[in-house]
Design a protein around this ligand. Structure first.
Ligand SMILES: [Zn+2]
Length: 58
């Protein structure tokens, strides 16, 4: 039996692999197509808006 390791990212509003998640919420679930997925935040959100850092001029 295949185990689903998908988590719904609240920021991306899409399903991501659990390994890509920074944190998951054990208390919140979302139902998509009849399947309940845990909700969380992926690592991509932690990185933020990319490399925009004006103060670190070189
Ligand atoms: Zn995300």
């Amino acid at each position: 039996m295949k185990e689903l390791n998908l988590v719904y990212c609240l920021y991306c509003k899409s399903l991501k692999d659990v390994r890509c998640m920074k944190s998951t919420f054990k208390t919140g679930f979302i139902q998509i197509q009849g399947i309940n997925y845990p909700m969380g935040i992926c690592k991509r959100e932690e990185v933020g808006g990319g490399n925009a850092s004006p103060s670190s001029a070189q």
